[in-house]
Design a binder for this molecule. Sequence first.
Ligand SMILES: Cc1cc2nc3c(=O)[nH]c(=O)nc-3n(C[C@H](O)[C@H](O)[C@H](O)COP(=O)(O)O)c2cc1C
Length: 210
Amino acid sequence: MKTTCIMIAAALTCLTSLSATDISLPAPDKKGGKPLMQALTERRTNRNFTKTPISRQDLSNILYAAYGINRPEADKHTIPTAINMKNLVLYVTSADGTYRYDAKANKLIRHSRKDLRQFAFMRKSMPLSSPLSLIYVADLSKGKDRASILTYSHAHAGSAYQNVYLYCASRGLATVICGGFRKDVMEKELGLDTKKFAVLYTQIIGFPKK
Ligand SMILES: Cc1cc2nc3c(=O)[nH]c(=O)nc-3n(C[C@H](O)[C@H](O)[C@H](O)COP(=O)(O)O)c2cc1C
């Protein structure tokens, strides 16, 4: 009985048990972790994942690292953005569907029931070997000059994925940022108007294979 209760509790806190509705994330854990210099030294790409689920606490911490709000009084984020345009849109996709991160509310907003992990890399086996992928999207409607907004947007995504790399190094997670993924399919599956939005990168995250 005790074991059953523990198993149910564990399932409820894992991403693989995401529900069909929006999800309030636990507050990010802003204490602890490895010292910055150690995390920098351990940062690396690792493409060998296990399917071990990522807890909601880890997911909240990952999203905070990527694009959380660290100064609520000014509505500002863990990454800098050119002319404070704050135009990064971040999705999480897993076996349970796809969610948009609402940084202000610290929530996952249900986008669709589709699992888009298979499009997060050119070969679908790699992203399907991990529990989740992040999808970095630029909102290009925040300015008039598409080319410069796009350039800035790649810089914003770069700041965010490096923060995630550092969190992963600190937490012992494996990750790879991908510029090579099924961009057209991803944009279509997300239902994006490509005049206004562009998918820039995906980032696959999971526990490392020993
Ligand atoms: C913008 C960008 C795009 C990348 N795209 C891919 C990719 O599509 N597939 C992949 O396996 N690795 C990709 N990588 C990861 C690089 O291969 C990796 O960072 C590089 O080999 C250096 O290894 P390190 O991250 O361990 O230092 C990308 C890295 C960057 C910065």
